[in-house]
Structures are given as structure tokens and as C-alpha cells.
Design a protein around this ligand. Structure first.
Ligand SMILES: [Zn+2]
Length: 277
């Protein structure tokens, strides 16, 4: 299979959550344009999740206040940009929680890329929290999956990174902690440098950028992050590594899935880049 280099990136919010105390959270999805089709990084919630949220996402997810807007789904935004759903060839996911994999069911022709560990953990569902976060309806729809546990490279100072089959300059970078097989996604974009989508490795921009005074909202976000973590010590270690990455060089933009401030910054930067071209 030939590899596709990334010529442009759109930043999409594919699922707003109006979580009590925490405020609005987004589901930050990348839509990458290549010379031969599209690549999604994460997929947010899907159309069927919006139609039957309690059955598809489960009761615990409803406590996080999903806004359930069909217009936010990746498939509707892809089609709104003038593409068809079959143009999406690959979906590279940071992990398989419902708010990251739900939208993949709207792209049955795409190959889903994840780590071996994440797929095995999601399928095994050994604990109650794993039964809440990984939804059977999402997992059974994954018929075209590429998993990774070897062929590693070194990327951005990370010793272990999996180059994505069929996509040039994109890697899964294991960052276990939020879930057992959780990864960041590093990508190099023509004319825009490096992007590092950290998924749920952190939840609030002050984790990697300059500290802000303590606020109720920031404390609530940290509490949610702790409750959702598989291994909170590993999460803290990831925070430190990502802080270093964000400060080491201005060539890399580091951002996470759910922070609305970071999402707006990245979306504006991409829009102004497109206007200049
Ligand atoms: Zn998430």
C-alpha cells in the first residue's frame, strides 16, 4: 500500500459535553487531507449514538451531559466540507472510549488503527469501569482494524512510536494511563510542522502550558480526569513528558481531546493558515 502525505488539517468538534461544574468539553477530532482521501484522528460520537444515546453510550455517559448534536458528528462535518463518507480511508484513534470511537461506525469502509493493548483491553472488559467506557455496539462494528505492537520508531523524543500503515508522517505514541492502551498521535503536516494530539492524556490546557490560578472549574476537570484514569501515576508521568514536549520547542503544537480553549486556538490557527494559502 502506498503512503499518503498530509497536506492540510481541519479541527472538528465531534461531540460537546455539558458536564456539571466542569463546563463545556469538546471532542477534538482532526480531519487530515491527503492526495488520496481523508484520515481522521479520533472520531467523536456517531449518528447512532445521537439517535439512541442511553442504549449506545450507557447511563454513566449520560451523567457527563452529552449535547447530542447530529451536526457535530464527523460524518456530517465531512459531508459539509464537500467530501463523501467513503473519502475517509483511515481512522487513527487515541483509544477506544465511546467518545473517541463512536463516530467510526459512520465510516464502514475506513481502516481503524489502534494499539494491540487497547483493542485487547476493550474486548476483554475485565472491570466495571471498562464495561462503562468500552461499548459493545462500537467494538462489534470494528471489522477493519489494524493493530500495532512492533515495528517501532523514535519520534519527538519518544522511544516508542508506531508508524501508521498507509499514512506518511503519522505515528501512534503509547501514553498508557488514561486507559491501558491509550496513545497520542504525532503527525507532520506540510507547511504547518508537528501536531501532537494527546487524546485524554491530559484534560486541561494548564497541565502543559503556564499555570493559571486555581479555580473551581480547573479542580473539577482534574477530579474527572482522576476518576476516569486507569493508572493515575502513569497519567501524572505523561503530564510531565507532554509539558516538556510543549516547552522544548515551538515546532510542536500539543493539545488534548476535551479542552475547549485549546480546540479554539488550534481551529483558528488552521483557518488562518488556509486563508494565507
Ligand atoms: Zn475522552
Amino acid at each position: 500500500m502506498s503512503s499518503l502525505s498530509i497536506s492540510g488539517v481541519h479541527h472538528l468538534n465531534c461531540g460537546t459535553f455539558l458536564t456539571p461544574l466542569v463546563g463545556p468539553l469538546v471532542s477534538h477530532v482532526l480531519l487530515c487531507e491527503t492526495s488520496d482521501g481523508l484520515v481522521l484522528v479520533d472520531s467523536g460520537l456517531g449518528l447512532r449514538d445521537i439517535e439512541s444515546p442511553r442504549r449506545r453510550l450507557g447511563a454513566p455517559a449520560m451523567m457527563l451531559g452529552p449535547a447530542l448534536r447530529a451536526e457535530e458528528t464527523a460524518v456530517n462535518q465531512v459531508e459539509g466540507l464537500g467530501y463523501s463518507r467513503s473519502d475517509v480511508r483511515h481512522i487513527v484513534v487515541t483509544h477506544l472510549d465511546y467518545d473517541h470511537i463512536g463516530g467510526a461506525t459512520d465510516f464502514p469502509d475506513a481502516v481503524v488503527h489502534t494499539t494491540c493493548t487497547e483493542l485487547q483491553t476493550a474486548r476483554a472488559q475485565r472491570t466495571l469501569s471498562e464495561r462503562f467506557r468500552y461499548r459493545q455496539s462500537h467494538l462489534t462494528a470494528l471489522t477493519n482494524v489494524q493493530t500495532y505492537d512492533e515495528m517501532t520508531e523514535q519520534v519527538l523524543g519518544f522511544e516508542l512510536a508506531y508508524p501508521i500503515d498507509g499514512v506518511e508522517n503519522m505515528w501512534l505514541v503509547p501514553l498508557p494511563g488514561h486507559s491501558e492502551g491509550h496513545s497520542g498521535v504525532a503527525l507532520q503536516v506540510d507547511g504547518r510542522g508537528w501536531l501532537f494530539h494527546a487524546g485524554d492524556a491530559f484534560f486541561h490546557h494548564t497541565t502543559v502550558h503556564q499555570s493559571a490560578p486555581w479555580s473551581l472549574r480547573r479542580g473539577a476537570v482534574r477530579a474527572v480526569e482522576t476518576i476516569l484514569a486507569d493508572d493515575i501515576a502513569a497519567v501524572r508521568e505523561n503530564h510531565s513528558r507532554l509539558r516538556q514536549l510543549a516547552h522544548k520547542t515551538d515546532r510542536v503544537s500539543v493539545f488534548c481531546s476535551h479542552d475547549a480553549t485549546m480546540f479554539e486556538e488550534m481551529r483558528s490557527a488552521a483557518a488562518s493558515m488556509r486563508r494565507r494559502c
